[in-house]
Design a protein around this ligand. Structure first.
Ligand code: PMP
Length: 378
């Protein structure tokens, strides 16, 4: 199997697994919230993980709220972070987990605005300025992702956070896809909220974090037992927290080297595909996320053709996340037709990807597409 779907999920790094394993053995029993030595040991391990998460994103350990993943972190930021009557401004290309909060915000009476993007998927600071100018001094929360999970476009976060600050708005960013290859420092950028996900950064599934700095103070949907200073109730899963911490430490150490390596591989893949596939187009900004290549093959039914490539894991750019077959809101937002969206593919390169795999994937795809009829229908 050639795995080129690292934007959907990354493999667990063996060093992360090593860090987690001691906390999964029977000898490591202890509720991290319990007031005895076994509990304190677990609590210390979680505290170290908080420091590792905070260090990756330029925050303080106390700002880190562990969640079940980025879906919950995004929900906690929006549904739990907006003060009554506050305005919510998001981009049109946010992840579905964030966009799914908008109907509930509207139901609660919050004004909601969606920022358009240009053909590369980029939000402009002027559009944010316009959206916040009309808010007449009411509190506001802006959420714009650091890197898009479909086309890899990086947003101008510092400039956007600057505009948000001028209007007294809180700025949150879903940085799930960015942190392994792009520096995201909340202090330097001026962000008050940031979402992370373990399984997009070589950490475990089932854990993520909302990093929340004042004045963002999320109120959880469930009252629960007051853990994490009342910001997210529930007993913390020690092995998962330790795993996320280890993944953040490794991301920090490897970020620049991986960004360089993946960018080189991405361009190698693009050139190999461009030379073999007439009519191919590349989507997103020229130099977006290092491990992401998003292409359109006009007139091709990408999902159907992938059935002939069961040994290559890539994503169709057309399928929305629920698998409904609707064209992606991101591709429509950057101006693709529904037809072109269905002819789109997303390659997600990662730590384990080699030049040989990239070459082989391009060869295999070209060979399959050279045939006018899909093999599986012959
Ligand atoms: N945001 C982005 C940008 C993502 O790519 C994803 C995962 N597809 C999520 C949020 C949701 O993360 P999780 O799987 O941890 O809920």
């Amino acid at each position: 199997m050639i795995y080129l779907d690292h934007l959907a999920s990354t493999p667990l790094d063996p060093l992360v697994l090593d860090a987690m394993l001691p906390w999964m053995r029977p000898g490591s029993v202890g509720n991290p919230h319990a007031a005895h030595a076994a509990g304190w040991r677990a609590a210390d391990a979680i505290e170290e993980a908080r420091q590792q998460v905070a260090a990756l994103v330029g925050a303080q350990p106390g700002d880190v709220v562990f969640t079940s993943g980025a879906t919950e972190a995004n929900m906690l930021a929006l549904l739990g972070g907006l003060p009554p009557g506050g305005r919510c401004v998001v981009s049109a290309v946010e992840h579905p987990s964030l966009l799914a909060c908008l109907p509930e915000l509207r139901r609660r009476g919050h004004p909601v605005e969606m920022l358009p993007v240009d053909g590369a998927g980029c939000v402009t600071p002027d559009d944010l300025d316009d959206a916040l100018s009309g808010c007449g001094g009411e509190p506001a929360l802006v959420s714009v992702m650091a890197a898009n999970n479909e086309i890899g476009t990086l947003q101008p976060l510092a400039a956007l956070a600057d505009v948000a600050a001028r209007h007294g708005a809180v700025m949150h960013s879903d940085a799930v896809q960015a942190v392994t290859t792009v520096p995201v420092d909340m202090t330097a950028l001026g962000l008050q909220g940031l979402s992370l996900s373990g399984h997009k950064m070589y950490g475990p599934m089932g854990i993520g974090a909302l990093v929340a700095r004042a004045p963002l103070r999320p109120v959880p949907a469930a009252p629960g037992g007051g853990q994490q200073r009342g910001r997210r109730p529930g007993t913390l899963p020690t092995p998962l927290c330790v795993g996320l911490g280890a993944a953040c430490r490794l991301a920090r150490e490897r970020r620049d080297e991986q960004a360089l390596r993946l960018r080189t591989l991405r361009e190698r893949l693009w050139l190999a595909l461009r030379d073999r596939l007439p009519g191919i187009r590349r989507n997103g900004a020229e130099d977006g996320l290092a491990g992401c290549l998003h292409i359109t093959l006009p007139g091709v039914d990408a999902a159907d053709r992938l059935l002939d490539l069961p040994d290559i894991a890539v994503a169709t750019g057309s399928a929305c996340h629920s698998g409904s077959g609707e064209p992606s809101h991101v591709l429509l937002a950057i101006g693709l037709t529904a037809g072109d969206a269905h002819g789109s593919l997303r390659f997600g390169l990662g730590h384990g990807t080699t030049a040989e795999e990239v070459d082989r994937a391009a060869d295999r795809l070209a060979a399959v597409l050279a045939d006018p009829e899909p093999l599986h229908r012959k």
